[in-house]
Design a protein around this ligand. Structure first.
Ligand SMILES: *Cc1c(COP(=O)(O)O)cnc(C)c1O
Length: 450
């Protein structure tokens, strides 16, 4: 088929995620032929630098030779097997290794096949735990303002990004909403590096009111991705940990986006030096290769389900593709690469450079309100007015205009509203950092002349 025909046939049949399909009339989908490292190549031979890790999941580059090889090896022996009462070496090895890497106390692993499902499973486990340990009144969940935990009904309920949730509110659960940190527009007039997390006051009030009827609090540690890459200090997590302990509420860490070195440490919770009761992992877990997710939890929670069959205390949750061997082989291959720490060390050195050039290139632009970073993740929030921090008119779709321009110049950005961000694979080179920031600045200047 000719180039045009592939895109045309796509348009005829495919309903793409997170898209107004009418936009595709003007901007056809890019038909990708192959990927290598940081780059995607379309069927016309155009190259795109994948500086958003294909929706934050690609960790070590496309078609990474070691991951490719390990999946191919696994494919020769076993593609999939029922995971109830059957198991396989890849899953066993993976969990044994993760138990050593995760924050202290997380030692039991349950498999699902996408991030949203891991969130749902974690919520069910927490609810059931309290039912089985003498607290049947604990039926509610808490989450932060502007949270994002996925798109299935339960995960959507705990989320708070209007773009995704607003319409569905009549069919969503009633969540206890905590006003989370907002460091750029801090209501206490503090800044991120110099505060005592005064904003945790609202969490204290909500726990006082609803702690007794709450099973778990879900949190995206340090980085609220979909909210526009909002970043907050580790101290806030510590305060949430204390509140959860005081009110017997589980702390569920959604590390689906932050895990695997994205924040400069293996897991975002490592920055706070406290452990959650349940941690959800996906995205980087398989290097962005295969759909798989895991929740990890404590011996204490596991034990509340462990009894004679007829007590009906088991966690009866299941997914057909639980513990898929190909996905587990990818996850083991990722750990092979990360194990000695050198990839993360280099990424952290490069992160300093990345943030420095972004500040140099963007800070003085009249519409750049905030530049924030954690690990290799950098976000540039565009505003109408720097002093008042007034947002741009969202109906102008400024971020989307920049996205379209950048594609023509070979960079895959995908701004969140009017927040331009970079969330590259850990292996990005300085040359690529120079290139993507130059392109982003050019596109910004074309749309919003300084
Ligand atoms: C992507 C993401 C999810 C949902 O994962 P899916 O695999 O897309 O269902 C949940 N939480 C966070 C923080 C995420 O970034």
């Amino acid at each position: 088929m000719a180039v045009k025909d592939w895109a045309k046939t796509d348009f005829e049949y495919i309903w793409h995620p997170c898209s107004q399909m009418k936009d595709y009339e003007e901007l056809s989908p890019i038909v990708v032929e192959h990927g290598e490292g940081m780059y995607l190549y379309d069927i016309e031979g155009n190259r795109y630098v994948d500086v958003i890790s294909s929706w934050w999941c690609n960790l070590l580059g496309h078609c990474n030779p070691h991951i490719n090889e390990e999946i191919q090896k696994q494919l020769q022996s076993l593609e999939h097997v029922i995971f109830a009462n059957f198991t396989h070496k890849q899953a066993i090895r993976l969990c044994e290794r993760l138990a050593k890497l995760l924050p202290e106390g997380l030692c039991k692993f349950n498999f699902t096949d996408n991030g949203s499902s891991a969130i749902e499973a974690a919520m069910k486990v927490s609810f059931q735990y309290h039912q089985q340990t003498g607290n049947p009144q604990k039926t509610r969940f808490m989450a932060l303002s502007e949270a994002y935990h996925g798109e299935t009904i339960g995960a959507l309920s705990v989320g708070d990004c209007d773009l995704y949730t607003e319409l569905y509110k009549p069919i969503l659960m009633d969540i206890v909403r905590i006003q989370g940190p907002d460091c750029y527009r801090c209501p206490y007039g503090k800044d991120r590096d110099n505060c005592n997390c005064e904003c945790a006051k609202n969490a204290e009030e909500m726990f006082e009111k609803y702690g007794n009827e709450t099973a778990a609090l879900l949190v995206e540690p340090l980085l609220q991705g979909s909210a526009g890459m909002k970043i907050y200090p580790p101290l806030y997590l510590k305060k949430l940990r204390e509140l959860c302990d005081k009110y017997n509420v589980h702390l569920i860490a959604d590390e689906i986006a932050t895990g695997y070195g994205r924040t400069g440490k293996m897991f975002a919770f490592n920055h706070a030096r406290v452990s959650p009761d349940i941690m959800c992992l996906s995205k980087g877990l398989t290097g962005g290769y295969m759909p798989m997710a895991i929740f990890a939890t404590t011996q204490k929670i596991y034990d509340a389900f462990y009894d004679e069959y007829n007590t009906h205390k088991a966690f009866m949750h299941s997914h057909t593709y639980s513990g898929n061997p190909l996905a587990c082989s990818a996850a083991n291959a990722v750990l092979d690469i990360l194990e000695d720490g050198s990839v993360l060390k280099k990424a952290n050195e490069n992160a300093l450079y990345f943030n420095q050039i972004i500040k140099e290139k963007f800070a003085s632009h009249k519409n750049v309100g905030d530049i924030r970073n954690i690990g290799l993740i950098n976000a540039i929030e565009l505003v109408k007015d720097k002093t008042t921090k007034e947002p741009l008119d969202s109906t102008l779709r400024t971020g989307y205009q920049i996205y379209k321009k950048a594609l023509k110049k070979g960079v895959l950005l995908r701004p969140l509203g009017d927040v331009i961000y970079f969330n590259p694979p850990l292996i990005i080179s300085r040359e690529d950092m120079d290139f993507v920031t130059d392109v982003a600045l050019e596109c910004l200047n074309e749309i919003l002349p300084d």
